[in-house]
Design a protein around this ligand. Structure first.
Ligand SMILES: [Fe+2]
Ligand SMILES: [Fe+2]
Length: 292
């Protein structure tokens, strides 16, 4: 417990994040960085960037509601303090991705309407499954749903987005890399804290496994929707060529060579494989979701 407390303490959070990799950032990126001109000038690409960023805001608002809601459900002081740091991280993620929507041209007064117009209904349902557990103050299910399922998904989505966009857009790349560093800490907490709690309440496993299966289904449905309206690859290639950007690679695969369908499969397989490993470590048996 002593190690657990120091790795997830507010002191550690201050030193590594606030006074570490977030030092001197402005809304998560380097001061003065802007969205690239070719993106702002191409309406289809800009619309696509808005749609993608809306899903990030929706996911992060869910994480904010879940991490803050779980503070009062946590059985120990160390978890409460960690969740307090996570609450601030998630609020920061909501803020930096909302700011990106403004930078992409969404008027500040139209943030809520842009979110409701573009939020993916499957992602909204994914969030609802988790928040039902949080509302019942179900700490164990809430942490599995949040810190393993939601954040396991977010982590890989951010990494793939980082690999595919950072060579063209250092502003968004920097915003993503700070967020990825935060998510890595959150995922670690879920695994470290929950393993022993689950051992003490094995009767909870079936219900948690059902939640994971349901959340995974809505996640796959979200991915299917997102890649269906992915931008024309030729358009992106042109932008890449104009910018002289390096080819992007993720999970050992050259992303530029993939069709949207293949990218979707790579992302889904990577996330589900990771769920299986992490859930196995805390004694939960991974349940294969239905394919949407
Ligand atoms: Fe987050
Ligand atoms: Fe997170």
């Amino acid at each position: 417990m002593a190690d657990f407390l120091s790795a997830y303490s507010i002191q550690h959070w201050l030193e590594s994040a606030a006074q570490g990799y977030l030092m001197d950032t402005e809304f998560g990126h380097r001061p003065g960085e802007r969205e690239p001109e070719p993106l702002l000038a191409d309406d289809a690409l800009r619309e696509q960037a808005i749609r993608t960023t809306v899903q990030l805001v929706v996911g992060e608002r869910c994480a904010l509601a879940a991490s803050s809601g779980l503070i009062n459900a946590a059985p120990d002081e160390g978890s409460k303090r960690f969740l307090a740091t996570q609450t601030l991280d998630e609020a920061r993620h909501v803020e930096v991705f909302s700011q990106r929507l403004f930078d992409l041209g969404v008027p500040k007064t139209e943030l809520e309407s842009a979110l409701s117009a573009h939020a993916n209904p499957n992602l909204v349902r994914f969030a609802e499954v988790l928040l039902e557990k949080v509302d019942k103050k179900d700490f164990v299910a809430g942490v599995v749903g949040q810190n393993i399922v939601l954040e396991g998904m977010a982590f890989h989505v951010f990494e793939m987005l980082h690999a595919s966009t950072a060579p063209l857009n250092s502003k968004f790349g920097h915003t993503l890399s700070g967020t990825i560093a935060d998510e890595r800490r959150h995922v670690g907490f879920g695994e470290n804290r929950i393993g022993s709690l689950i051992q003490h309440c094995p009767e909870r496993k079936p219900e948690i496994e059902r939640m994971q299966r349901e959340m995974s289904y809505y996640m796959l449905a979200t991915f299917a929707d997102a890649f269906r309206d992915a931008p024309d690859p030729a358009r992106l290639q042109r932008m890449r060529a104009q910018a002289g950007a390096k080819p992007s690679e993720w999970q050992g695969v050259a992303l530029d060579a993939l069709e949207p369908k293949e990218m979707e499969a790579l992302l889904a397989d990577t996330v589900l494989k990771e769920f299986k490993i992490r859930l196995g470590r805390i004694g939960i048996e991974y349940q294969t979701p239905a394919r949407p």
